[in-house]
Design a protein around this ligand. Structure first.
Ligand code: ZN
Length: 248
């Protein structure tokens, strides 16, 4: 891991703070044990994860709180529905088997070529999924901790990441009908022109719900944001944790 990557990771995580002022200012030199954070994070309700996802949305200031709640719920329902549909069709809950049957090609590059964004896995059109090995190795290392294992269950991290990316593949495939792509926000309109944009975080919310339902997890896979960041920086992971726990 180059120092450049580390610094960029920190900056990228810090770049998108919760828009509202936080009641407890983060203490940058604070480091909490991973197991302690996960214990609390698995109890975080879905609605809070929705707010967390929207706090990273570029269009967040154009959507009122009630509308965000409605969109969050609909995105989750969309993810659940697609998971059920796929299980019905392919008769398996194992993401790698489903990916295989859908014709997805999975590769394991060491790190993303563009390290200015924090990304642990990626879908590349039309049918590629990249799972970054450096991240998976760190995740495996962290999963050796008995307590962490107990909280997360028998977690196959690459399957979870893959499940989420399968959803992004479906989003592209079903772009004309899937909620996360058809739901759009009017950015501007000057007759007869108008510019409508998808709301990116809806794909993230739905992708997490999809992965959760598919794998039968008792907690939101958003929990894993802190888990993965912890592999790169315990400090940044703790800041992220404090931010999530401060969401009301
Ligand atoms: Zn995603």
């Amino acid at each position: 891991m180059s120092e450049g990557f580390f610094r960029k990771l920190g900056k990228a995580v810090m770049k998108n703070p919760v828009p509202e002022p936080m009641p407890v200012p983060p203490k940058p030199d604070r480091v909490l044990p991973l197991a302690d954070m996960l214990t609390e994070l698995v109890k975080v309700p879905d609605a809070v994860w929705g707010k967390y996802a929207f706090s990273r949305e570029i269009l967040r200031n154009r959507i009122v709180a009630e509308e965000k709640e409605r969109l969050d719920e609909k995105a989750r329902e969309c993810g659940y529905a697609y998971a059920d549909q796929l299980v019905e069709k392919y008769r398996t809950r194992i993401p790698s088997e489903i990916a295989n049957k859908m014709g997805l090609v999975i590769s394991y590059p060491n790190m993303p070529s563009d390290t200015s964004r924090v990304t642990f896995a990626e879908f590349v059109e039309p049918n590629k999924v990249m799972l970054y090995k450096d991240n998976l190795d760190k995740a495996d290392e962290q999963l050796k901790d008995r307590e962490v294992q107990q909280i997360l269950g028998l977690m196959q991290v690459y399957q979870l990441l893959l499940a989420h990316e399968i959803f992004h593949f479906i989003e592209v495939r079903d772009a004309k009908t899937i909620f996360t792509q058809t739901e759009k926000l009017d950015l501007w309109s000057v007759k007869p022109f108008h510019n409508r944009s998808t709301i990116r975080c809806l794909g993230e919310i739905a992708g997490m719900a999809f992965a959760q339902r598919l794998m039968g997890l008792k907690f939101s896979p958003f929990v894993m944001d802190v888990f993965f960041v912890y592999g790169y920086s315990k400090e940044v992971a703790t800041i992220l944790y404090d931010e999530i726990m401060a969401i009301e």
